[in-house]
Design a protein around this ligand. Structure first.
Ligand code: COA
Length: 362
């Protein structure tokens, strides 16, 4: 019995490799630092999905079809009723996705890539009392998400930053939501069922729910001068510093640096709150020094959520939507893993050790 399945190998994959000692993430043979800043969302989606569906996936074909699919999926936004609009955005988005047909083919995969990208901005606008903005099929997925969110064309730097985020989080080994997707796929239930299970796993605070609290922490710290004192007090209260530490990485999470780099063009062109970035850098430096002092035997470094919070905030996503944006990016990884499991894996059916009472004859 291995509680939490730590160190248990449950799948063979050609999709991604997480090296926790070296701090390296490889996606289909390409190191993350070579991918981010060069590849768009569509490039990465084609990289992950090609060879796993019932037709080849090329970047230009995927881009054109995905744009048209966003327009098709938008018709489902009308199913958003009062009950759904009261739910947290990720739950409302999941409920709308649950209305879509199941299947294993390219068309189903495409619909699932388009759905969260269309539903999340629509849900956010409806919850603010604003009309949803229809997709523009000719735009890239990242540009269209921002256009649907903010009702206006985004800047080049904003599109590049969202592409960098979606590429960075596209796949990450056998994390909890990806495992959930593979378990459902192993029963041959269909890709929509796999993605719904994965969203359920993602929204938990131990998985995809952490970046909102990073912003809360920065706001509570207040100023650069107060960073050290605030962090020491938080640790004295037994709290964890949000955006630090990781189950697998024993060094800096490579995704944190990818996102830090992606913020730079926005900062250089005045499209972010510079004071917040300065404060975040001061908090990061202070936290690393204090954690090193307090936990000399446990390497604790910055993780992906720290810079996710800054980047998504700069792109004007409200913090309650951060988990939903994570789902937009990770859906391609979930689909690729689900297909890999269907094509090559067996039904996932582990065993449990019974520790309850045994039947006793009277
Ligand atoms: N701040 C302060 N101390 C931390 C810490 C943090 N962010 N992360 C881990 N630690 C400490 C723990 O208190 C523990 O100390 P102890 O042995 O004295 O009790 C030690 O480091 C090991 O922690 P553990 O819970 O075994 O690590 P884990 O690998 O199971 O946890 C996380 C990984 C991500 C859940 C954990 O680092 C955390 O809670 N981070 C903050 C939340 C966060 O940023 N989540 C996003 C992850 S991508």
């Amino acid at each position: 019995m291995n509680n939490g399945l730590e160190d248990v190998v449950a799948a063979e994959t050609r999709l991604s490799d997480v090296d926790g000692e070296a701090g390296r993430l490889i996606i289909r043979g390409i190191s993350l630092d070579r991918l981010v800043g060069r590849a768009t969302y569509e490039d990465t989606a084609a990289l992950l999905l090609d060879g796993l569906l019932d037709r080849p996936v090329t970047v230009s074909d995927l881009k054109a079809r995905l744009g048209r699919m966003r327009a098709e999926v938008f018709t489902h936004v009308q199913a958003m009723d009062e009950a759904l609009s009261k739910l947290p955005p990720v739950d409302a988005m999941r409920a709308l996705i649950a209305r879509l047909p199941d299947g294993e083919d390219f068309e189903t995969a495409l619909r699932l890539l388009a759905a969260p990208a269309v539903f999340l901005p629509a849900v956010l606008r409806l919850q603010k009392g604003e009309a949803p903005v229809a997709p523009t099929p000719a735009l890239s997925q990242s540009a269209d998400i921002l256009a649907m969110l903010n009702a206006g064309l985004p800047s080049r730097e904003q599109v590049a930053a969202l592409d960098a985020y979606l590429v960075t989080i596209s796949d990450h080994g056998l994390n909890a939501s990806t495992f959930a997707s593979r378990v459902v796929a192993s029963t041959r239930a269909g890709l929509t069922s796999s993605v719904l299970a994965a969203i359920g796993a993602l929204k938990g605070p131990l998985h995809g729910g952490a970046p909102g609290p990073v912003l809360d922490m920065l706001e509570a710290v207040g100023t650069e001068a107060d960073a050290k004192v605030w962090l020491v007090r938080a640790l004295d209260r037994g709290e964890r510093l949000m955006g630090f530490g990781h189950r697998v990485y024993r060094v800096r999470d490579p995704r944190a640096d990818a996102l830090k780099g992606a913020l730079k063009p926005l900062t250089a062109t005045g499209q972010v709150d510079r004071d917040r970035i300065r404060l975040a850098e001061a908090v990061e430096q202070a936290a690393l020094a204090i954690l090193k002092e307090r936990k000399p035997d446990r390497p604790l470094d910055v993780n992906v959520e720290f810079y996710t919070a800054l980047l998504l905030d700069a792109l004007k996503f409200p913090r309650e939507a951060f988990t939903g944006v994570f789902a937009i990016g990770r859906t391609v990884g979930w689909i690729a893993h689900a297909r890999e499991q269907s094509l090559e894996g067996r039904l996932i059916r582990p065993r449990s050790v019974y520790v309850g009472p045994m039947h006793q004859a009277a």
